[in-house]
Design a protein around this ligand. Structure first.
Ligand code: SF4
Length: 216
């Protein structure tokens, strides 16, 4: 599809920037074609004064059905990681880089498909507006789609995971794996490694620095 087919979500982001108004406005977003195949828009959830914002890729099937972020298997993995580091999910803001579920039919079910760069870019104004409204202490990009949207360029998780970066809008940023990677990796050992890496990175986000008190 040509790039001009993806104008941007910009015209749909309201002047009134409270999270509730934005979540309502996002239901009517036509900034790219992804709304057509989705059941619900899935906007971010969490308090407006959250210190930590977690950003995933896009809604999954369960999220698309319920209209809520991280309520499927990846959300359960994230909940376990948050519990390990003692972070209350209700105290953080959780959202996705892309707000509508991109999927394809396979064996009678809808399977998630990684959004294209043009779709990530089209949805970017929503993420920017959420971060401007919340002004968090730290943003955590979970997976390469979130990292691209937040940094404004492609980032390798392996190369950037333990660094302190900045979002394209200036907030402190750390990059980690998407929780789904901790349930999809081929071996038990790899799944465990990824889960522990996510726990470690969430601890960094909680403490605000890569101090020696962090366990590896
Ligand atoms: S994915 Fe984002 S830009 Fe595309 S229609 Fe949905 S909210 Fe709008």
């Amino acid at each position: 599809m040509a790039r001009e087919d993806y104008p941007t979500a910009n015209p749909f982001v309201p002047e009134e920037r409270d999270l509730e108004s934005m979540a309502e406005a996002a239901r009517h977003c036509r900034g790219c074609p992804l709304w057509q195949g989705a059941t619900h828009v899935v906007f971010g959830e969490g308090p407006e004064d959250a210190e930590i914002v977690l950003v995933g890729e896009q809604p999954g099937r369960r999220e698309d059905e319920t209209g809520r972020p991280f309520v499927g298997p990846a959300g359960q993995a994230l909940d376990r990681a948050l519990e390990e580091v003692g972070v209350d999910r209700n105290q953080i803001y959780i959202t996705n880089a892309v707000k509508h579920f991109k999927s394809k039919r396979s064996n009678g079910t809808r399977q998630g498909v990684t959004p294209r760069v043009a779709e990530i870019n089209a949805c970017n104004p929503w993420l920017q507006a959420e971060l401007e409204q919340i002004d968090p202490r730290i943003v955590v990009a979970m997976g390469t789609v979130a990292a691209r949207s937040l940094a404004g360029r492609a980032l390798s998780i392996g190369e950037t995971r333990e660094q302190w970066l900045h979002t394209q809008w200036g907030q402190e940023l750390i990059v980690t794996f998407h929780p789904s990677a901790s349930i999809r990796a081929m071996s038990n050992e790899r799944r465990e490694q990824i889960f522990e890496a996510i726990v470690y990175d969430l601890q960094r986000a909680k403490i605000g620095g890569a101090g020696e008190e962090l366990r590896r």
